[in-house]
Design a protein around this ligand. Structure first.
Ligand SMILES: Cc1cc2nc3c(=O)[nH]c(=O)nc-3n(C[C@H](O)[C@H](O)[C@H](O)COP(=O)(O)OP(=O)(O)OC[C@H]3O[C@@H](n4cnc5c(N)ncnc54)[C@H](O)[C@@H]3O)c2cc1C
Length: 438
């Protein structure tokens, strides 16, 4: 690779970073106009909004996981495995920790990767707000590995209950989901469906309606607090109809080994606890390289997506706090925002390299959709023409929900591959939601 090529380094190959690396690789890397490098601490990519389906067991990881190395080969960018731990802005280098495999063997040593333009897209983590017991007893759906771990524990809990001679302990086969945002609400519906499928595979000593209990716990007065009231009401009614126990206005004081203790002293017994309440950017970002960060560690960026103190460093996705005109809060941490920001930078970074002025990015909120397993999808679409939210549900809402993932796939694979794959699925009727047993 020519030493004179400008070096674009993207850290984090998620909803935003991987789309950016792929499209810049096609546009600049393949044509020898710039070198594009992606650094990610994982070796494969799974679009994060699919994680609750992995946890519930309704999605086959192998079908949706993408190998970074192979994608890099096909799209003209370089992939380097490893976790970014810091940056040196003076020397324009990213510090990458040694990569160690699952068996504890070191694969790569500590490195520094030089850049001319750096895009930080490392996403967010769940925010446990320092609640005691969360780290020890709850699982957060942050990575495919954690989602798969939850699923394994769920399957084993069902098998254990089916084979034991003693009666069920109070917490057995009870799942507590803390946080009724979109993730927690979707997980509750998905778990209701897959636990029934799992039991139908021959765990005939379990009566799902009587034995399996799913609790959805939310501190706010209603579920889906960030979404319009009508959407929350429709989701709430559906969940209650399924028998999901919805606890609103319930603040969690502690997660214990056998359940969740609320601030009012109530204990909700639970064998499995999922924490999905709130997000924050990774702690190490706080003041990284002297850059400006906010109280949840997000890098503060200008409307051009450049960080406030360094023109050569951009941030996109959940780890960026981007102003949202007309709103007190920055742009929300959503896949649609990360996708739009990546598309914006695909056009703007060539301008930056050429020393030209940059256009500002404006968030287009298309609304929010919540998938309630196979039961329904509810949500609101921003009606530009009438200037307010449109409530939608059912098949149309389901198609809109799936379209966000299709857009991500299109950015990575292009129309031909995604089109052929969709047709193949329709012909073979290979629907994805088949419950997994391991
Ligand atoms: C279960 C679930 C359901 C969701 N559903 C929806 C939905 O329906 N609609 C919606 O709009 N949004 C949804 N979201 C939110 C959405 O997933 C995020 O907003 C989106 O993924 C953010 O994209 P990103 O590129 O910022 O980060 P991510 O997609 O999280 O990617 C971050 C990448 O950075 C890598 N990384 C992290 N730290 C480092 C490091 N130090 N060094 C190197 N690499 C690093 C990670 O391995 C990862 O590949 C959901 C989230 C969850 C967890």
């Amino acid at each position: 690779m020519s030493a004179e090529l400008k070096r674009i380094v993207i850290v984090g190959g998620g909803a935003g970073g991987l789309e950016l690396a792929t499209r810049l690789g096609d546009k600049l890397g393949k044509r020898g106009k710039a070198s594009v490098t992606l650094i990610d601490r994982q070796q494969t990519h799974l679009w994060k909004p699919l994680l609750h389906e992995v946890a519930a067991g309704s999605m086959d990881l192998g079908v949706h996981e993408i190998d970074y190395l192979a994608l890099a080969y096909w799209h003209g960018f370089v992939y380097r495995v490893g976790e970014m731990t810091g940056i040196d802005r003076e020397r324009r280098v990213v510090k990458v920790a040694p990569f160690v495999d699952e068996e504890g063997r070191q694969v790569t040593s500590m490195r520094e990767v030089g850049y001319d333009v750096l895009v930080i897209a490392i996403g967010s983590r769940t925010n446990d707000f320092g609640t005691p017991g969360v780290r020890e007893h709850a699982i957060a759906l942050e990575t495919a590995g954690e989602a798969a771990r939850f699923h394994k524990r769920l399957v084993n809990a069902c098998i254990r209950a089916n084979t034991q001679d003693a009666p069920l302990a109070p917490e057995q086969l009870q799942v507590a989901i803390i946080g009724a945002g979109a993730t927690g609400t979707e997980l509750a519906a998905e778990l209701h469906k897959t636990t029934r499928q799992l039991v139908a595979f021959g765990l005939d000593r379990i009566d799902p309606d009587k034995d399996i209990k799913i609790h959805l716990i939310e501190a706010a007065p209603r579920i889906l607090p960030a979404l319009p009231e009508r959407v929350a009401k429709a989701a709430n009614e559906l969940l209650k109809g399924l028998g999901v126990r919805v606890h609103t206005g319930a603040r969690v004081a502690e997660v214990e080994a056998k359940g969740v203790r609320l601030a009012d002293g109530t204990v909700i017994p639970a064998e499995l606890v999922v924490w999905s309440a709130g997000v924050k950017a990774p702690d190490f970002l706080r003041d990284i390289g002297g850059l400006e960060t906010n109280r949840i560690n997000q890098l503060v960026v200008r409307p051009t997506l450049q960080t406030t103190r360094d023109d050569a460093i951009f941030a996109i996705g959940d780890c960026a706090a981007c102003p949202w005109p007309g709103h007190e809060q920055p742009v929300p941490p959503r896949a649609q925002a990360a996708h739009q920001q990546a598309s914006h930078l695909v056009k703007q970074l060539p301008h930056y390299l050429a020393g030209q002025p940059l256009s500002e990015w404006h968030y287009r909120d298309f609304g929010s959709l919540v998938s309630l397993g196979d039961y329904s999808t509810v949500g609101s679409l921003m009606g530009k023409l009438i200037g307010r939210n449109l409530f939608i549900e059912g098949i149309f809402a389901g198609l809109m929900y799936k379209s966000l993932y299709k857009m991500h796939q299109l950015a990575l694979h292009g129309w031909i591959k995604v089109g052929l794959d969709t047709i193949a699925r329709m012909i073979t009727r290979r629907t994805e939601p088949v419950v997994k047993l391991h």
